[in-house]
Design a protein around this ligand. Structure first.
Ligand SMILES: Nc1ncnc2c1ncn2[C@@H]1O[C@H](COP(=O)(O)OP(=O)(O)OP(=O)(O)O)[C@@H](O)[C@H]1O
Ligand SMILES: [Mg+2]
Length: 242
């Protein structure tokens, strides 16, 4: 579904990750891993089409991805900060993409948005403001909004960061349900080892010094078999070798 070929990304002409090659299959749960500042969020912004690579091509379903104001996004996105509009209720937040991109009537938009909130376990909270619900609930509302237009592909940047372990595992279960019940392809950035092992079928491990991918595969297999010191350190939670 996603094909990344010879892609170099960076800021201001300075490359951060060089000559990346990887693919994500239709229906897969795929994790992007790596230490702080290695470029995970930057890579996600490129996959979404918010930034253009310095070299190489990124395609989704065979076509280059473009994020413009003139066409609906083909993927749902949950950014690192859930980025809900604080002055809008949860249901108004979820309705935004529908207002912008669908031809649905006001009533149908409301019903659809409510359905999305129920799907993520927020039925009954539709009229709350983001500030009136917990961090985990804000993440769920962000996911409901990302799902508003029924995308086949969902990108999430550290969905469980800053959440307690029980809330985080509830969010992991939600991702699994969206993937298995709705067939949504899931690409997520995370630091949480538990989420990686519970949710991801495949992953890439990025490294800032190597400026690229140092490990790729099933995280449960990588944990046991990886020989690369950075990959081993990542999965065994030891500090990075000097
Ligand atoms: N908009 C931007 N303009 C210029 N440089 C940026 C921008 N966003 C990020 N960077 C730089 O790119 C590098 C990678 O940042 P990025 O946010 O992609 O890392 P990350 O792997 O997501 O880190 P974290 O785990 O802390 O979220 C950093 O050095 C950062 O300063
Ligand atoms: Mg980041």
């Amino acid at each position: 579904m996603i094909e990344v070929r010879g892609v170099t990304i960076g800021w201001g002409g300075v490359p951060l990750l060089v000559d990346l090659d990887f693919t994500v299959a239709d229906g897969e749960r795929f994790a992007i891993l790596g230490g702080s500042g290695c470029g995970k969020s930057t890579l996600l912004r490129h996959l979404i089409g918010l930034e253009q690579p310095m070299a190489g091509t990124i395609t989704i379903d065979g076509a280059p991805i473009v994020m413009g104001d003139d066409q609906p996004p083909r993927a749902g996105v949950l950014f690192q900060s859930a980025a809900l509009f604080g002055s809008l209720t949860l249901i108004e937040n979820v309705a935004l993409p529908l207002r912008r991109w669908s031809e649905l009537s006001r009533e149908a938009i409301e019903a659809t948005a409510l359905g999305r909130l129920r799907l993520v376990g927020l039925g009954g909270y539709e009229n709350f403001l983001p500030s009136e619900v917990s961090g985990g609930m804000r993440k769920r509302a962000g996911i409901a909004r990302a799902l508003a237009l029924e995308p086949k592909l969902l990108f999430l940047d550290e969905p469980s960061a800053g959440l307690d372990p029980i809330t985080a595992s509830g969010l992991d279960e939600l991702l699994l349900t969206l993937n298995t019940d709705l067939g949504v392809t899931i690409v997520f950035v995370t630091h949480e080892l538990q989420s990686i092992f519970d949710v991801a079928q495949r992953c890439i491990v990025l490294d800032r010094d190597a400026r690229g991918i140092v490990g790729e595969g099933d995280p449960n297999v990588l944990r046991e078999t990886a020989t690369h010191p950075i990959v081993r350190a990542f999965f065994h939670r030891v500090s990075k070798p000097l």
